[in-house]
Structures are given as C-alpha cells and as structure tokens.
Write a protein that binds this ligand. Sequence first.
Ligand code: C2O
Ligand code: CU
Length: 464
Amino acid sequence: MQRRQFIASAGALALAPRLPLAQGLAPLRLVAIEGRQSLAGAPHPETTIWGYDGRTPGPNLRFRQGERLLVELVNRLPRPTTIHWHGLRLPNAMDGVPHVTQKPVAPGESFVYEFDLKDAGTFWYHPHAESHEQLARGLYGALVVEEPSAYPIDRDITWVLADFRLDREGRIMGDFKDLRDATHAGRLGNTVTINGGTPETFKAGPGERLRLRLLNAANARIFALNFEGHAPIAIATDGQPIEPHALDRVRLGPGQRLDLIIDMSHKAGSRFRLLDDENPRAAYRLVDIVYEGEARPRREAAPPRLADNPIARPALEGAIRKRLVFGGGAMDPAFRRRQPTNEEIERIRQDVRAGKVWSVNGHRHAEHAHHDPIFTFERGATAIIELVNDTAWPHPIHFHGVVFDILTRNGKPVERRERRDTLLLAPGETSEIAFVAEEAGDWMIHCHILEHQESGMMAMMRVR
Ligand code: C2O
Ligand code: CU
C-alpha cells in the first residue's frame, strides 16, 4: 500500500472508536539502520551513516492535519534509540524520551508511536537517546503536516540542513564527546548538507512561487542564509503561522524550522548564490540557484497568512511566573578574568566526562531521568517563563510538550506574535515566553546544541 493511501485510511480510523492495533492497519515502519551514502559527492568516498530506512535524512513523512500518526520504529542499530517528534503536541508517553516517557528501544526491538496530529506545519523526528552521537551520524527526518486547504504556491520543498564531521576517508569522526565541542559551540561538521547531499545547484523556474520549508537538523551549527537577489517572506516559525513578513537574514538555530515563500522572479539562465554568513569571516556558498525552463506568470497577490493551529492562547493575568537561568561553558564569567589553572582544567575535563559543563538554575543535569522537575504546573495553568542566557554562547532552547508565544526580548515586547518550540537566545539575552500547560507528564527543556544538552543544559518540567 502507498504511504499516502495508508495515511488517508488511518485518518478515517481515528474518527471511529479505537480498534486494537491487531485489528487495525499495519503501522508505517521506520527502520533505524546503518547505510552508505555519498554526502560530499564524487570523487569523495561514501560515508557509513545511521539513518531511518538507511538514509539521511530519513523519509520525509507527510500527513494531513487531524490524521493519526502510526509509526513502528524498528531498531537495527547497535545502540538503544527512540524517536522524539519535535514540535508536535502529543501525549507524554509518545514523546520518545528514554527512561522518562518510555524504555529505550534496544537493538533488535521495536516500538509503536501513535497519536493525533493536532497541528499543521513543518516538524521533525529524531532520537532522544545519545542524541549528540545519533544525530551526528545522520538519524533524523522531516515531518510535514499539511493544512486542510492548499496554500497558493507552485512548489513545496523541504530542505533538511545538517552537517557532518568527516575524515579524509569519508568516515564520520568518532570524537563525539570532544572537550572543546562540549564547552564551546558544540560539534560543528566540516561538510554541510542539504537533504543529505551537497548539490552544486538548485533549479528554479522563472516566475514560480516556492514554499521552502527549512529545518536545521545540525547538532550545533546556526545557519544565516542570504538568498542573493531574492526576498524571502516568512510565513511560519517552528511550524506555527506568523504574520507574513520579509526577512533579510534567514536565521535558524539547531532544532528550528522556518517556512518561507520565495518568488523566483528572474529570467532563465540567471544564477545566484545562496550563502551562509552566520560567521561573516567564514561565509560560504551553500548552493547556487540556477534559473531554467519556461517562464510562468508570476503570482502578484501577497502570500496569505496561514490559519493558526488550535493552541490555547495564554491569558497573561494570573499567569505563574518562573525564571530559567542558563549558565556555564567556556568563558564562564569566573574564567573571563583569568586563565584557569591546570587543576581547574583537569576538573573541567572530569566534569565534561560526567556530563557537567552547563547549568540550568545552577543545576547541572546530564541524565534524562533521576532528577526532579524544575517546575510543576497544574494542567491548564498558564506560565510565563523568563529565559536568561548567562553564558558567552548562543543557545537554542527547546521545550517539549508545549508551543509557546514569545512575549519579550531583552525586556522589550516583540514586534509580531511569534510562536515557537525552540528559541535561539543570544549571549546575555533575556526573553519572556508564555504557554498553557495542557498535557500531563514530565517534559524536557533543553538546549538543542546537543553537546550542551548532554553536558548539563537540560531540565524537566512536570504538568499534573
Ligand atoms: Cu529536538 Cu528534545 O529535542
Ligand atoms: Cu546550548
């Protein structure tokens, strides 16, 4: 059966009284397994990656809003794994956090994920076990939930952006818990990929309007894309609709998504560079946009606003206020004034090995389980959380189980209401966010630079 057909019937099933699995349909199967793939293109050697169905990124899953996701994860990797459905509102037992919401899926075992897709948008899926290593090996994929009615565009494209750290033989380097990565910017790769490859060109048709869904699946790289000659318009942040507006810097931290509308308004034969200039001294060309084919009449109407997802709007009066201070890392205020001594360096090394470099409200948590929730909210409560980045590094802070409204940045109200599940905080930055705690369970809060997460920048909130 075709995936599309299966999805359609699964959606119909969700409306009927729940049937036991055995009587229902077979779930869509995702096999986590090693594969061989050409990441850097010929003449570079192929790479052994970890991927869903042996590819990186894994299958681009597509559903319709309101359908039911039913996926069986089969683990054929040598390590335990899980799937976390990043950005989706779902029951806690489906959240894929090992030892908290489920047992890790051991090699040779499988696990069935099943839940309703309440929101439309651009989401993704990835493991939450040894994430810093499993994602660095290529284990992730995009998940697109379509709106009930079609958006006026000519082409809908998803780009999974990532990077890999390869040696000369094309092997993924095994230095997953490198001290420098853990204490600094995280693991940056040396090969940046779009959908698991390094294409020279992206072909555009003159006059076409694209919806480009960007997803940053890299462990640590922040992208700032500069589409020379084009004027991208953002219509959704982390899958959540926003008032359409032009962007000159298309910036995405790890874990974040951005839906763009781009009018390809040039003539056949023209060529433009797409640059990543997040680090201006090391800007590089990601791909060339090359125009070819017949011109089509361009769409003149401004891109419409997408309908909001059915997420409760936080009522701010009477909200519970909390604060999360992110600390630690290299250039920690304590070491800004002087060099650490050899003993201190040795202690830092031990802390890294024990997973303790970064902190949340002074706690350094390295394990998913075995620590108490940092906050507890009653179901239905509205929370306003002030996030404080007290480090010298940017951190994309991700909340499981909720989608939040961004209220302020550095004390100033934001220009337009933006909803997200992952907020990129600059060094020293403060931001207030608000959400309604709707689903019971223990939900993670963590930095999506996975080396930071694994070395202390994680916490748990409880909704009961
Ligand atoms: Cu995309 Cu807890 O992560
Ligand atoms: Cu971080």
